[in-house]
Design a protein around this ligand. Structure first.
Ligand code: CDP
Ligand code: CDP
Length: 214
C-alpha cells in the first residue's frame, strides 16, 4: 500500500507549499487537487463565456487531462471562485475521484492537498494534516503571492474571496471542508514556512518509522 500524506485546510493556508516541500524532502509524488477544480472552473467559464453550466462542468471534469493542470491562468481569483462553484457539484466531484485515487496509489509515496483528502479521497492516509491560519494572515499571503505574479487585487478583495470560498467549501453537502477526526491541526498563523514544513516533516517521520519505512 502506498504511504499517503493528506493535507487539507482552508484557502491559502500553505497546503500546497508544505505539500511540495514535503514531497521533495521524502521523494513522494505531489498532487495539488485544487488544480483539478481550478482547471474545470476555468474551462467552464471559458466555454460559457463567464456563465457556468452544471452539465458543461461535469463534461469538462470527465475529460480533464494532466496537461490541463499545467496551463497558465489557474491561480487567479476569478478562477478560484469558479473552482469553488463547480466543486459544490456532486457530478464534478465524482468525475475527479478516480484521477485522485489512482494518483494516491503511486508506490513511491504521495502527498495530496485539498479539502476532502483525509475525509473522502484517502480516508486511510498514514498522515492527515489540517493546515490553517487566520483569514487575515491567509489573505495577506495570497495577496503577496498574486502581486508577485503581476495580479494586484486589493487586500479587501482577496480577504473577501478567501472568506467566500471557505464558507462555500464548508457548507456544501458533498465532501465539505472539515477537519478529519484523526487529522493533526497545524495552525501556521504565527509560523513562517520553514517552521511549518519542519513541523509537518517531524509528524511524517514518526509515521514512517511506525510503518517501518524509514
Ligand atoms: O495551497 P494553499 O492555497 O493552502 O497555500 P499556498 O499557495 O501553499 O500558500 C500561500 C502563500 O503563503 C504562499 O506564497 C506561501 O509561500 C505563503 N506561506 C507563508 O508565507 N507562510 C506559511 N507558513 C505558509 C505559506
Ligand atoms: O489554493 P487555495 O487554497 O486558494 O485553493 P485550491 O486548493 O486551489 O482550491 C480551489 C477550490 O477548489 C477550493 O476553494 C474548493 O472549492 C475546491 N477544492 C475542493 O473542493 N476539493 C479539493 N480537494 C480541492 C479544492
Amino acid at each position: 500500500m502506498s504511504f499517503v500524506v493528506a493535507i487539507d485546510g482552508p484557502a491559502a493556508a500553505g497546503k500546497g507549499t508544505i505539500g511540495r516541500r514535503i514531497a521533495e524532502r521524502f521523494g513522494f509524488a505531489h498532487l495539488d487537487t485544487g488544480l483539478l477544480y481550478r482547471a474545470v472552473g476555468k474551462r467552464a467559464i471559458d466555454i460559457g463565456r463567464g456563465v457556468i453550466d452544471d452539465g458543461v462542468a461535469e463534461i469538462v471534469a470527465r475529460e480533464l487531462t494532466p496537461a490541463d493542470l499545467d496551463q497558465p491562468g489557474l491561480r487567479s481569483i476569478l478562477v478560484a471562485r469558479a473552482a469553488s462553484k463547480v466543486a459544490a457539484l456532486p457530478a464534478v466531484r465524482k468525475a475527479l475521484l478516480d484521477f485522485q485515487r489512482d494518483f494516491a496509489r503511486r508506490p513511491e509515496g504521495v502527498v495530496l492537498d485539498g479539502r476532502d483528502i483525509g475525509t473522502v479521497i484517502c480516508p486511510d492516509a498514514a498522515v492527515k494534516l489540517f493546515v490553517t491560519a487566520s483569514a487575515e494572515e491567509r489573505a495577506r499571503r495570497r495577496q503577496a503571492e498574486l502581486a508577485a505574479k503581476g495580479e494586484a487585487p486589493s487586500f479587501e478583495r482577496v480577504l473577501a474571496d478567501v472568506r467566500d470560498r471557505d464558507a462555500r467549501d464548508a457548507a456544501r453537502a458533498d465532501a465539505p471542508m472539515v477537519q478529519a477526526s484523526d487529522a493533526i491541526l497545524l495552525d501556521t498563523t504565527e509560523l513562517d514556512i520553514e517552521t511549518a514544513v519542519a513541523k509537518a516533516a517531524e509528524i511524517i517521520e514518526q509515521a514512517l518509522s511506525r510503518a517501518g519505512r524509514s
